[in-house]
Each structure stands twice: as C-alpha cells, then as structure tokens.
Design a protein. Sequence first.
Length: 200
Amino acid sequence: LKNGWTMNQPFLHFERKIIHKDRECFEMEELNRIKAVDGLKSGQSIVRDLFMFSCLTGLAYCDLVSLAKKHLVKDSEGEYWVEMYRKKTKNFTEHKFHVLLLPEALELIDKYKNDPSSLQNGTIFPYYSNQTVNRYLKVIAKEAKIDKPITFHWARHTFATTVTLENGVPMESVSHMLGHASIRTTQIYSKVKKKKVLND
C-alpha cells in the first residue's frame, strides 16, 4: 500500500487476538524432589546444579553458560550479585540486569570454582549443550517422579513465579532481574495462585 503496488488494504478485516498462555513452572515441593534425586551420573548431576542455579537466579541458558567471574560483583554490604547484559537477538538490544545471589546459589558457584572444564573455558560452570541439558533434565524429572515436559527454560519461569513473585518480590524488581525491557513481558508470570492469595 505504501509503495503504491495495490490500492486495496488486504488486512482491513484482520484482527489480532491475544492468546494468554500460562507459563509452566515448578512448585517448591517439586524443586525439592529434583534436589533430592540420588544416583545421578556425573553429567546429570552437573546439569541438575545448573538448573537449580537458574531457578535461584532466573538466568537463561545462554546467560548461564557465559557466566564468568567478571559478572560477579560484591557490593558495599558484602552481598554478591550477578551483573550482566541480557541480549535480545530480535533487535540486538541489550538490557543490564542485576540478581542478588542467594546463599544456595553461592554454594553452587563455590562447588565449581576448581572444575577443570570451567577453568579451561573461563566460566563459572562447566559447559553442556542445550540439547544435552534438556535430555538430562528429562531423566532427572523422571527420577524425581515429575510428569511434566521439562526444558531448561522452566528454571527461568520457576524463578519468576515460585522463587520471587510468590514470595512477595515486587513485579518491578522481578522484571529488572529477568532483564526484561518492559514490565508487560514480566506480567505473563503474574498468574494468581491460591498460595499467593492465601498469603495476601
């Protein structure tokens, strides 16, 4: 229409419909079952730790595998933070985000500080491909008696919902920690749960 190639508006009667889909996540009880799984092979155990770290920080897979010492910042209160830029491939924009490291997350960092693979790559954690991580997670979920179609991205959803929003962390703070450019992106996680209603 702008180029004058047609005089008719082909999308005149087209209407966009917003489909609201709930983001899948794990409840705390399910996370505890994942943590408690015994008898995992070495690689599976490492993937479980990576998944738990992501549940505690909200880091996406691409951010987690590139996490290095330079991204860990200590503030004047002695607290440690992850400070990174979240890359969006669609328009190549970057958004800085900060996540406070909980004690359990710090323990996982400490656990891998001398890992040969981490030292070689200059990263905090050993590297596993996204496909391998998702394959191992399915094995871990099965061992934990969890019947959900788990992928690594569930960790990010779990952080947003179970770890933060359900525990009263304000939407603005969650949005910043997730590296969202707009709070509207974060609002997809704010589905009201009975537990939160009860607490409120």
